[in-house]
Design a protein. Structure first.
Length: 141
């Protein structure tokens, strides 16, 4: 099971306050454990929403709104992509994670859709296209 593990933003992260050397060291040690266990597929921290943009869709129309975005509790400050056997395993790893920020903060875990989740809507042609794109992203011919 693949899952996205999202670190929720805080007022501090949205203010652009960089992590301390101690916190960076703890996070890198945790990331090393994830890598050695074959769990971590990717992971990155995100800059504050002030550096971001949102694209809103309405039919064929598109509008762009510059950050910062209002509700800090709904923003993401970083993420991992993990490969785990189950949600329980993902929770075990999340519980071992050093606190991403001082004070109250949260991590959200959400499973990724897999091809089988789409049933008959993912026709053989669409599945072949999806597999080809994944191979291209992975750098495979």
């Amino acid at each position: 099971m693949r899952c996205m593990v999202m670190v929720r933003a805080t007022t501090e992260s949205e203010a652009g306050v960089p992590p301390s050397e101690k916190r960076l060291s703890e996070m890198l040690a945790f990331n090393e454990q994830l890598v050695k266990a074959g769990v971590m597929l990717a992971g990155e921290g995100l800059k504050p929403s002030a550096d971001g943009k949102r694209v809103y869709f309405a039919g064929h129309g598109r509008s762009v709104v510059d950050g910062p975005f209002a509700d800090t509790r709904e923003l993401i400050a970083g993420f991992w992509l993990w490969q785990v056997r189950s949600m329980d395993e993902a929770l075990e790893w999340a519980r071992r994670c050093p606190a991403p920020f001082d004070g109250e903060c949260a991590i959200e875990i959400r499973p990724l859709f897999e091809a089988e989740d789409f049933g008959e809507a993912l026709t053989p042609e669409l599945r072949a296209t999806e597999e080809r794109l994944r191979a291209e992203v992975a750098g495979k011919p």
